[in-house]
Write a protein that binds this ligand. Structure first.
Ligand code: HEM
Ligand code: HEM
Length: 231
């Protein structure tokens, strides 16, 4: 559904660049400021650190890359479909493991589960992402719906996919806000370098998400113009 009369390719370059930047920023924060990662540890905060990293790597970065894969890969449509499906599957799996690490951290430190808006939206988002994946798989890949059903489903799939993705990016921002607020109330300086880094990371995440949307609503490769009638 191209709405912008400009080509999508330049937007997709920005997506790759900002995506790598966000991953580096989260790694610097987690390793340099927060002490790194662990699956089992007496310092439970190391278990928590896996949560932002896996969520950003999975749902935000790989989810975004999966969405724009139709827009820049110089491959046949059916190959791009496979790339889209597999990247979304990895994103979903990392998202589920990432949420598990937040629960693991809470359970091992005696903190209640699911008390925050971030956690509620987070559960909603992962469920919707799972539903979107299963529906996409069944209708577009295997066993495949009739051509009529596939055609009718595409606009819904695109709109619903973008909506879920916007919620992913928004909820990641809420997560950064929440964690930084906790840290600031336990001594981290409000105008210090860590606070600056976390806010900046959240901001780059938002701009990354915006460029994913720009990529989808601009003009894809020429053969894509007819794609809705050929899926
Ligand atoms: C879109 C990606 C994300 C999703 C779907 C998500 C989901 C969740 C869920 C479901 C919980 C609840 C765990 C529990 O109740 O035991 C949680 C907790 C938490 N998340 Fe995220 N999260 C995401 C990204 C992030 C990011 C990037 C951060 C940044 C640091 C973050 C920070 C937190 C914090 C501090 C908690 C513990 C407090 C709470 O339960 O709200 N999250 N997250
Ligand atoms: C949670 C997982 C998924 C999300 C968030 C998602 C999201 C999207 C989005 C935003 C688009 C528009 C891309 C564009 O116009 O450039 C799209 C297109 C599409 N997706 Fe998915 N998708 C998911 C899973 C799947 C799966 C599992 C399949 C199965 C093969 C699939 C098949 C398709 C097809 C056929 C298109 C149409 C491409 C076109 O004709 O332009 N999607 N998806």
């Amino acid at each position: 559904m191209p709405a912008l009369g400009v080509p999508s390719t330049p937007f997709t370059f920005v997506v790759h660049a900002l995506g790598v930047a966000v991953l580096i920023l989260v790694l610097v924060w987690s390793i340099y400021f927060r002490g790194g990662f662990a699956w089992e540890a007496t310092d439970k905060s190391l278990i928590f650190n896996l949560h932002p990293f896996l969520m950003v790597l999975g749902l935000v970065f790989l989810g975004g890359e999966a969405i724009i894969s139709y827009r820049y890969l110089p491959l046949r449509k059916d190959v791009k479909k496979l790339v889209h499906l597999v990247l979304h599957a990895i994103a979903l799996a990392l998202g589920i493991i990432g949420i598990y690490t937040a629960f693991k951290n809470h359970n091992e430190t005696g903190v209640a589960n699911l008390y925050s808006l971030h956690s509620w939206i987070g559960i909603g988002v992962i469920c919707l992402y799972g539903i979107q994946w299963i529906y996409g798989f069944l209708v577009f890949f295997y066993p495949k719906g009739s051509p009529g059903l596939r055609n009718d489903s595409v606009p819904w799939h695109v709109i619903f996919g973008l909506l879920v993705y916007i919620l992913v990016v928004g909820n990641a921002t809420l997560g950064f806000l929440e964690k930084l607020t906790f840290l600031e109330s336990s001594g981290v300086e409000k105008f210090g370098s860590e606070a600056f880094l976390v806010n900046f990371t959240a901001l780059v995440t938002l701009v990354f998400g915006a460029f994913v949307i720009f990529s989808v609503i601009s003009q894809g490769p020429v053969e894509e113009d007819h794609s809705y009638s050929e899926i």
